[in-house]
Structures are given as structure tokens and as C-alpha cells.
Design a protein around this ligand. Structure first.
Ligand code: SAH
Length: 400
């Protein structure tokens, strides 16, 4: 049995934790060195040793674990997790009832009361993401709690924690129930996606962009030429094509992106030969498009927060302005750039600063026409706004 550990909260941060801040982070704690085994229950106390809250120790890039309760007597057992899970499920009742959408998030970490874990739903299957060895320590209680709370076909998991410096990718992510046959075909607002729950970290679709995809399809695609950069499996391209885009161009560096994108188009009855699917570094593609004088009506930018290709390192907080300038140069006047980032290292106002700078430097005016953060199923808490990492801004480039 791992022992409870008392963590002393620096006086400056006591009110923050009393107010419900959920993350244990190094600046706030004076005796972090007492943390030994991940999964240990920790009790935060103030300078007079008075109890503030309790949680667990689990190392993530964000911090050292999460607060789970303000009740000193609480035990983190199956019953505790079952209460959290059933509350989370009932908040998603509308999504469970929606026949046009069969893939969404059912449990979003600290937003649903337990930081370090997320659970996604895919057409009868549940996928658990464990973000630290610390939360994985509670796996039995959590998996049992989930099994008792839902009807499921199968349960899969991803261990996204760093053990001894190595990313843990298992050969088999199957946990319980029946094994899926992959691709599993799920729906999102009536559009099909092929999902693979047992092939590495990414399953084929990023569920947090649901509203953005719908908006592109329903309001921005008709009659437009669309460039989708960092396109992965082409999800934005598929929605744009279904919304009546005259043509989509998808660009991604990864070889797998081409067959994956063809698969998504085909599933939805779109002739993929009429679309361009290009395996290339986005920055090379911008140069090519510039030389050929190509222009697009709608340009989607959804880069990873950080990526290293052969020659280039891209980091959203340093390079987003540059990326935008490249996009502005190949966007038609009155065209729209969908600027998206999932970087949690900056917020919406800084992101809008990048947009302003890029348009200023390019000598163009612009107007913001839509704006999104995480959808409701990616629940966040007001005490931890950093959890709301997604920022998507639709920017119209105005003619001079
Ligand atoms: N926009 C996608 C998700 C992007 S995931 C969607 O909505 O589904 C990030 C993708 O960026 C990965 O597929 C990765 O292969 C690609 N990528 C990373 N660096 C790149 C680069 N320099 N040029 C092109 N693609 C890149």
C-alpha cells in the first residue's frame, strides 16, 4: 500500500487551491521531493498544516498530479470513480441520444473531476487515455467503475505516459469486452469516419474539432476551393467536400495520410480522384503554390503544437505568425483562413495577436468571422482555464 503524503502549499497559492484549482504544480509546493511513488495519495496542507484538498501524484508535462477531492475522508476507490463517471455520462445524454454522432468524449479529465484521464466513445466502444503512471495506478477501480456504468461492446486504452523516458506504445491496447473489427465506422453529424482503436496513439479523428468541421461544411465550403494543411486523415477536407467545395487539396507530411484520406473520402461516397491529396511538407507546398500562383478560397491551418520534420522545427508559439503569413499569401481576397491551434502554452488573446501581426506584416486587412474553443463534451472547469486548449478562429482576408 502506498502511503498518503502531505504536500505543503506555499502561502501564495493556498487560496488558489481552496478556490478549486485542480493541478499540483511545482511552484506551489515546497516539499515536492517527498513525492516518491506515482499513484500515492497526496494531501495538500497550508502553512499551519490545515487540510486543503487531496489528490494523487502523477507526473505529466503539465504538473505533478491532480486534486480529486476537498473531503479529507474521501477514498479513491471504485465508488468514487463511478460517481464521477456517471455524472460525466449524464452530462453527455444529448450526444448519446444523437444518432448522427456516434463518436465523442465522455470523460474529460479535470473537467469531469479526475485530471490525468480521458474517455472517448466510439460507436459502442470506449477508449481510455491514461496520461500518467499515477492515474494508471487506479486502473482497476476506474475500469470496473466504467464497466458498471455503461453498456459497452469493448474497452481499449492508450498509455500516454512517459516511463523511464520512453513513450509507452503497446502492441495491444485491448482491455475488455469484445475486440473491435477495425476500421470501426463512426458518425459525426452524419459523416462517416474510419477509426482504428488498436494502431498507435492517434485513432483517425480528433474529436475536439466537431463543431469546426460542421461549420465548414454548413457555412463555408459551398462552391469554394479548399486547402487543408496538416490534414492527417483529411477530416476537414471530407466535410468541405460534402459541403459542396469545388475541390479540396489536403497536404500532410506523413505517408500514411494519403491512404487514410482516400479511405475517409471513399467511405463518404466522394470521388477522391477529383481531390488533391499531397504528401509533402506544408512549408514546401506553400512555396510551390506561390510559384504556381495558386490561390484558395478557404485555407485550414491546424498544425501540431510542436513538430520536427527533416529540416524544419515548427512550434506553434514561435512560428504561428509565419505560418499565417504563408497562408495569407495564397488565400483569395475575401477568402477565409481557419486558424486552429491546440497549444496550451498560450491563450486566445495571444493567438489573436499572432493573427493581427501576420495580417499587418502582409499588408492586408481582416475580420474575424467565427471563433471556437473546446466543444461541450470536452468539459473544462473555470478554475483551470488552461484546460481549454483549443483555439480556432475563422479570419476573412479583406480585399484592399
Ligand atoms: N488537422 C488534422 C489533424 C492534424 S494532426 C485533423 O483535423 O484531423 C498533425 C498532422 O500534421 C500530422 O498528420 C502530421 O503528419 C502533420 N505534420 C506535421 N508537420 C508537418 C509539416 N511540416 N508538413 C505537413 N504536415 C505536417
Amino acid at each position: 500500500m502506498v502511503k498518503d503524503i502531505k504536500l505543503k502549499v506555499d502561502a501564495k497559492f493556498v487560496n488558489k487551491y481552496r478556490g478549486g484549482f485542480p493541478l499540483i504544480f511545482s511552484d506551489a509546493i515546497s516539499n515536492l521531493k517527498d513525492l516518491k511513488e506515482e499513484g500515492s495519495v497526496v494531501k495538500l496542507v497550508d502553512e499551519k498544516n490545515a487540510f486543503i484538498a487531496k489528490g494523487y501524484y502523477g507526473k505529466q508535462n503539465k504538473g505533478y498530479g491532480w486534486i480529486l477531492s476537498k473531503n479529507e475522508q474521501e477514498t479513491f476507490d471504485k465508488k468514487f470513480f463511478k460517481n464521477k463517471i456517471t455524472a460525466a455520462l449524464s452530462r453527455r445524454a444529448n450526444l448519446f441520444a444523437d444518432e448522427e454522432t456516434t463518436a465523442f468524449r465522455v470523460f474529460n479529465g479535470e473537467g469531469d473531476g479526475v485530471g490525468g484521464i480521458t474517455i472517448d466513445y466510439f460507436e459502442g466502444f470506449y477508449l481510455i487515455n491514461w496520461y500518467s503512471l499515477g492515474i494508471y495506478h487506479y486502473r482497476e477501480a476506474i475500469i470496473e467503475a466504467l464497466k458498471e456504468s455503461v453498456d459497452f461492446r469493448g474497452i481499449y486504452q492508450k498509455k500516454r505516459f512517459d516511463a523511464k523516458g520512453q513513450y509507452m506504445m503497446e502492441d495491444d491496447d485491448f482491455v475488455a469486452g469484445e475486440r473491435g473489427e477495425f476500421p470501426l465506422i463512426v458518425k459525426e453529424n452524419g459523416v462517416k469516419f474510419a477509426v482504428y482503436l488498436n494502431e498507435g496513439a492517434m485513432v483517425g479523428v480528433f474529436l475536439d474539432q466537431r463543431e469546426v468541421r460542421k461549420t465548414i461544411r454548413d457555412k463555408y465550403a459551398k462552391g469554394k476551393t479548399v486547402l487543408n494543411t496538416f490534414s492527417y486523415t483529411g477530416a476537414f477536407s471530407v466535410f468541405a467536400a460534402l459541403g459542396g467545395a469545388t475541390k479540396t487539396t489536403s497536404v500532410d507530411l506523413a505517408n500514411r495520410s494519403k491512404p487514410k484520406t482516400i479511405e475517409q473520402f471513399s467511405l463518404n461516397g466522394i470521388d477522391y480522384d477529383a481531390q488533391d491529396i499531397i504528401v509533402e511538407d506544408v512549408f514546401h507546398y506553400f512555396k510551390y503554390a506561390g510559384r504556381k500562383n495558386l490561390k484558395f478560397d478557404l485555407v485550414v491551418l491546424d498544425p501540431p503544437s510542436f513538430a520536427r520534420s527533416k529540416k524544419v522545427v515548427f512550434s506553434a508559439d514561435k512560428d504561428y505568425t509565419k505560418l499565417l503569413k504563408e497562408a495569407i499569401a495564397i488565400t483569395e481576397d475575401d477568402g477565409v483562413i481557419v486558424a486552429s491551434t491546440n497549444s496550451s502554452s498560450f491563450g486566445m488573446s495571444k493567438f489573436k495577436g499572432f493573427i493581427q501581426k501576420a495580417f499587418e506584416d502582409s499588408g492586408h486587412n481582416y475580420t474575424i468571422v467565427e471563433q471556437f474553443s473546446l466543444p461541450e463534451d470536452f468539459r473544462t472547469v473555470k478554475e483551470y482555464p488552461q484546460g481549454n486548449y483549443l483555439k480556432v478562429v475563422f479570419v476573412k482576408k479583406l480585399s484592399l
